[in-house]
Ligand binder design. Structure first.
Ligand code: UD1
Ligand code: CA
Length: 450
């Protein structure tokens, strides 16, 4: 079976600078949703591109064939552009690239229905409460299929028909090749309609699909948002059935490729995005955004923002922490309030609990980073490394001017500005020595009142 996906159209109703099929739903381009569904029944995939072809090609995975439709003259013309991919001895599944809700199960049923008889084509129809915009399935009084008429060309009577053409077809390859050149553009849009191929063929099987929501074609941003909502609900339900607790599905947003282990609890107002993988028994949220992170087991992340971080087991993050690209937190690390970590490795059991910036640093195990510690990693030109070895204690409000190394077991006094390496097990104090002027206040007062 060849899977042919049409994605060359101009999609003017999206009012977008970008092609319709590259718009995302739950972190995945629209066309990728379609490819995932089609690849479950087709062994060869071909995408027809044309309008802004390069932008569409950018989001296509390897192994997908590409056909070019140089001018957008209609859906039949698009199929014609992929003629060399149509094998006369094979079946051809044609779907439009703007149907991201189509499921694998439904496509399997469609293929089964097509194979149940000797058909030239099986076209999938559904009943829509509001059929506006879709092509209508026109039948005679005995219920026999006559043709598909596009909304634009339909009479008042035809517009009342609620059975619509979904845009999913299985063709006999030979019959499709025969009928394509016979299609004309004698219609109000002057386009070559693929729907006319169905009208011209003899043995037509109209397969009535049940789940009408799966066949929504996305033509504008309202439909895009509606489809994303449906897709999101499906993702959450799948996770819940696999053993993830989602406290409030209506305020939880999880992308299609995210993986979450059993007995992890996701609290409200949480976004888990990209290629994130989360283990078991974690507590995520409330009010947290996680993008492209790997999180192991028994991790807590509360009210925080994490991007591109690797967080190992037993770590606690937040509230109000920010983990950026290249952060690696080893087991049982604690990152607390208003702490930002970037491109840094933080060893097991180390704590940075308050108001701290750790950038471009390598931090050992059992280190205590005091409140308000700042790694001064940028000298105005380039980024420099800070190394803090095991069991170091950094006093509060310390500035570590990189490149600098604090060796094992060293102790940095609060308020220090450290510009030189600190040897093992040593104390570093780098601040002005305190001077107490006895009774200074009283003496000043006496002088003023004097
Ligand atoms: C199409 C069907 C309509 C059906 C509806 C289902 C036709 C003529 N009409 O209408 O019967 O009810 O889908 O959603 O087929 N495309 C190309 N090249 C072109 C034109 C379109 O590749 O020259 C692609 C588009 O990128 C899109 C798909 O074909 O992915 C469908 O085109 P669109 O303009 O959305 O068709 P509809 O008007 O929705
Ligand atoms: Ca459409």
């Amino acid at each position: 079976m060849v899977g042919l996906i049409l994605a060359a159209g101009i999609s003017s109703r999206m009012k977008s600078k970008y092609p319709k099929v590259v718009h995302h739903l739950c972190g995945k381009p629209m066309i990728q949703w379609v490819l995932d569904a089609v690849s479950s029944v087709a062994d060869k995939l071909c995408v027809v591109v044309g309008h802004q072809a390069d932008l569409v090609k950018q989001v296509l995975p390897d192994g997908v064939q590409i056909a070019y439709q140089s001018e957008q003259l209609g859906t039949a013309h698009a199929v014609m552009s992929a003629k060399s991919f149509i094998d006369p001895n094979d079946e051809v599944l044609v779907v439009y690239g703007d149907m991201p809700l189509l499921s694998q199960e439904t496509l399997r049923e469609v293929v089964k229905a097509h194979r149940s008889g000797d058909y030239d084509v099986t076209v999938v129809s559904v009943e829509m409460d509001n059929p506006t915009g879709y092509g209508r399935i026109v039948k005679d009084s005995s219920g026999k299929f006559i043709k598909i008429v596009e909304e634009f060309d339909a009479s008042q009577d035809e517009k009342r028909i609620k059975e619509i053409n979904t845009g999913v077809y299985v063709f006999n390859g030979k019959k499709l090749l025969e009928v394509l050149p016979k299609i004309s553009c004698e219609n109000r849009k002057r386009e070559y309609y693929l729907t006319d191929a169905v009208g011209l063929l003899e043995k037509v099987n109209v397969y009535r699909g049940m789940k009408s929501e799966e066949f929504s074609g996305i033509n504008n941003r309202i439909q895009l948002a509606e489809a994303e909502n449906i897709q999101r609900r499906r993702i959450l339900e799948k996770l819940m059935l696999e053993g993830v607790t989602i406290v409030d599905p209506s305020t939880t947003y999880i992308d299609a490729n995210v993986k979450i282990g059993r007995d992890t609890i996701v609290h409200p107002m949480t976004f888990i995005m990209g290629e994130t993988v989360i283990g078991e028994d974690c507590v995520i949220g409330p009010m947290t955004r996680i993008l492209n992170c790997v999180i192991e087991n028994e991790v807590t992340v509360v009210r925080s923002e994490c991007t591109g971080a690797h967080i190992m087991s037993g770590v606690s993050v937040g509230p109000f922490s920010r983990l950026r690209e290249g952060t690696v937190l080893y087991s049982k690390v604690k990152i607390g309030n208003f702490v930002e970590v970037k491109n840094s490795k933080v060893g097991s059991n180390t704590k940075a609990q308050h108001l701290t910036y750790l950038g471009d640093s390598q931090i050992g195990e059992d280190v205590n980073i005091g409140a308000g510690t700042i790694t001064c990693n940028f000298d105005g030109k380039k980024k420099n490394q800070t190394v803090i070895e095991d069991q170091v204690f950094i006093g509060s409000n310390t500035a570590l001017v990189a490149p600098v190394k604090i060796k094992k077991g060293a102790f940095v006094a609060a308020g220090s500005t450290i510009t030189q390496d600190v040897p093992e097990w040593s104390l570093a104090i780098a601040r002005a020595r305190q001077e107490n002027k006895l009774n200074w206040v009283l003496k000043k007062r006496q002088k003023e009142e004097g």
